[in-house]
Design a protein around this ligand. Structure first.
Ligand code: FE2
Length: 403
């Protein structure tokens, strides 16, 4: 396959890319087509590595018709509505919804996904998604997080399910310290989760401080544990929206431990701008972590869609540029250079969060031929025009082509 006349990651000049046997074989200003070679005319458009969604719940996506609505719009009502529905979860139904969700992601050029899976009640959803993960491996790489939605400290059953989920093959250990009964329970939950992760050699990704309470300060506990255990960048904190409300002096102190730890932060702007600020009158807080300041301090920040048409978020279609755009607006990251470079948040930063091997991700000779082709000549144009992707290529095969 020859992809002609494309700009690789905002490059000033265009290149041609040759793909053979699923690998990028050549990149050059001009390559002659071989006999019978499949040709994609890039017309000067942008090529980027595939998008990475670092945080979604494939078990809840597209369930809103069945669960009924979340009338208050709070995270807590979302959890309540979901908890009712999950009692009658069916493996085939979970798979069917997740497969439809993955179809949406494919059209939007997302080839890497980290999905949390609620294991609090039982392991039905995890079983479904472990099977699905293998089934779709050629088109999308999925990491599964064993996610104890109810918290772990008050229920032996949830702790049992969590450990069993990891034994069954979950890649990441999850948690939700701010939802535990007390601050002390929250801290203990982090200790417990880190021990499980070390015992089974797994990554960690907690729903951390997803609340507007400026007193919710579990991120520092998690970062300190990541530092002390040496787990570092194998640990991620999702949401961290309480940071929006911390005072600047505390944030300054917090950023030191975040930098020391090497922990990753995952922001979910679409869902948190919906769920947060719900107890505010006016002014209403934006409900997002400090993406701009974290990034400026060298802390790795990526993003996630979090929810699609479920009790936590009624909209969404798997489009990570929509997620990013919301985040850039909310975080005042609207300078030309910030916008143009922001593709890294939903590509490279995501790959780093998911702990991919460097040889497996990115656009260079010898790497797997996984990429998206856009009509815009730069990412700034892609964001401004929002025309979507023209082609998504995975292991040298076109898996989506714009009609
Ligand atoms: Fe989440």
């Amino acid at each position: 396959m020859l992809i002609r006349n494309v700009r690789i990651e905002n490059a000033e000049s265009a290149s041609d890319i040759r793909v053979e046997k699923g690998i990028i074989r050549e990149i050059s200003a001009h390559l002659e087509a071989l006999e019978g070679e499949e040709i994609i005319e890039g017309q000067g458009g942008l090529v980027l590595p595939p998008f990475v969604d670092c945080h979604v719940h494939l078990d809840t996506c597209l369930s809103l018709d069945a669960t009924g609505p979340n009338l208050s719009g709070t995270l807590f009502e979302g959890i309540r509505v979901w908890s009712e529905y999950r009692k009658k979860l069916d493996k085939e139904e979970v798979k069917e919804r997740a497969l439809r969700t993955l179809g949406m992601y494919r059209k939007k050029g997302v080839q890497y996904i980290r999905s949390h899976v609620d294991i609090s009640n039982d392991l039905t959803a995890l079983e479904a998604l472990l099977e699905l993960k293998e089934q779709v491996r050629d088109e999308v790489e999925i990491q599964l997080v064993a996610f104890p939605q109810d918290g772990v400290m008050t229920s032996e059953k949830v702790r049992g399910n969590l450990e069993e989920a990891v034994r069954m093959g979950a890649d990441v250990v999850g948690g939700i310290p701010h939802f535990e009964l007390t601050r002390e329970h929250g801290e203990k939950s982090i200790q417990y989760i880190m021990e499980i992760a070390q015992k089974y050699d797994r990554l960690v990704d907690l729903h951390c401080d997803e609340i507007d309470d400026e007193q919710s300060r579990f991120l520092e506990v998690l970062a300190a544990k990541a530092y002390e255990t040496g787990m570092g960048s194998r640990v991620s904190a999702s949401h961290t929206t309480a940071m929006h409300s911390y005072n600047n002096a505390y944030c300054n102190k917090l950023f030191r431990v975040l930098s020391m730890s090497g922990i990753n932060i995952i922001a979910n702007p679409l869902v948190n701008v919906n769920l947060q600020g719900r107890f505010d009158t006016y002014p209403k807080r934006r409900g997002i972590t400090r993406v701009k300041e974290l990034s400026e301090n060298g802390i790795n920040v990526s993003m996630g869609h979090d929810d699609i048409y479920d009790p936590f978020y009624p909209l969404g279609n798997g489009d990570m540029t929509q997620v990013l755009l919301m985040g850039l607006h909310l975080c005042h990251m609207m300078g030309y250079q910030e916008l143009n470079d922001s593709y890294r948040i939903i590509t490279y930063n995501g790959a780093k969060t998911l702990n991919f091997e460097e040889e497996q991700y990115g656009l260079a000779v010898g790497k797997p031929a996984n990429f998206n082709l856009f009509k815009g000549r730069s990412f700034f144009e892609v964001l401004r025009e929002r025309e979507g992707i023209q082609y998504s290529v995975r292991k040298g095969k076109i898996i989506h082509r714009k009609e």
